[in-house]
Design a protein around this ligand. Structure first.
Ligand SMILES: [Zn+2]
Length: 257
């Protein structure tokens, strides 16, 4: 039985961990900082069996060197020379064995935020780094709108019960933009109210089901009539779904809500 744990790091990152509590072995996803991971392992007397890395940004990889040195875990990463310490490089469609936790993860290439970004689908959880956030998506630092939309489409095709474990707590700010695009969406209004309550209590807004995101997240709803109407208002030329995605992403980049 695996247990999901979130460790807050920096301003608004989450380092996700999965622990096999019977065997006392855990994995960590995108440990940008070694300290909270070490503290958790020490507190629970767990070993670190594996590290999963989604992309090269320092807030996702900064703790890898220290953890590698101390625990010698299996380290799984996309094939990108900007990511060091990997013991295994993975690509789209691959299934990786995580022997120490006796589980497997499916790898999805999700370029857009960065070109080599991957997501890991492990049992009911999706560790998607900075690709999909609750009610938002990652900024396009390296990829094109076409690539990012195709990445989001491949996530959208997973089971609606999949639990989205994004790497940042951006949900409230994302909700304000989402509501500006899709104000009459009652699922979104309810999600916003629920997230407000969570955050007031200091609880994370994640993980969230993919089903909820499909109902609420404008970046997964470029084909929804309300989102199409918003796009048509902002750009009267006829638009493809890629144009609509690009328009939304651009508007979010400049949104001050
Ligand atoms: Zn990033």
């Amino acid at each position: 039985m695996l247990k999901l744990i979130h460790l807050p790091a920096f301003e608004d990152n989450y380092i996700w961990m999965l622990a096999d509590t019977e065997c006392g072995v855990a994995l960590a996803v995108d440990p940008g900082d070694a300290q909270p991971v070490e503290a958790k392992l020490h507190e629970q007397q767990w070993q670190l069996g594996c590290i999963l890395i989604t992309h090269h940004h320092p807030d996702h990889t900064g703790g890898v060197a220290a953890l590698a040195k101390r625990y010698h875990p299996q380290i799984i990463a996309p094939d990108d020379p900007r990511i060091g310490y990997a013991s295994q490089r993975v690509e789209d469609g691959e299934t990786v064995d995580i022997d120490k936790l006796q589980v497997q993860a499916q790898v999805l290439a999700v370029p857009g935020h960065t070109l080599s970004h991957v997501a890991y689908h492990l049992n009911e959880w999706l560790f998607c780094g900075d690709t999909l956030f609750s009610l938002g998506c990652g900024r396009l630092f390296e990829g094109t709108p076409t690539q990012m939309l195709s990445s989001l489409d491949s996530i959208r095709a997973l089971s609606t019960t999949t639990l989205i474990c994004a790497a940042h707590e951006y949900t409230l700010a994302n909700a304000r933009f989402a509501l500006s695009v899709d104000p009459d969406n009652t699922d979104l209004q309810n999600r916003y109210a629920a997230v407000m309550r969570c955050r007031h209590e200091g609880l994370p807004s994640l993980p969230v089901t993919l089903g909820s995101e499909i109902c609420c997240n404008p970046f997964l709803r470029v084909d929804a009539p309300a989102v199409q109407a918003w796009c048509a208002q902002h750009e009267p030329q006829p638009q493809t779904r890629i144009d609509r995605f690009a328009l939304l992403r651009q508007a979010k980049d400049h949104f001050r809500g």
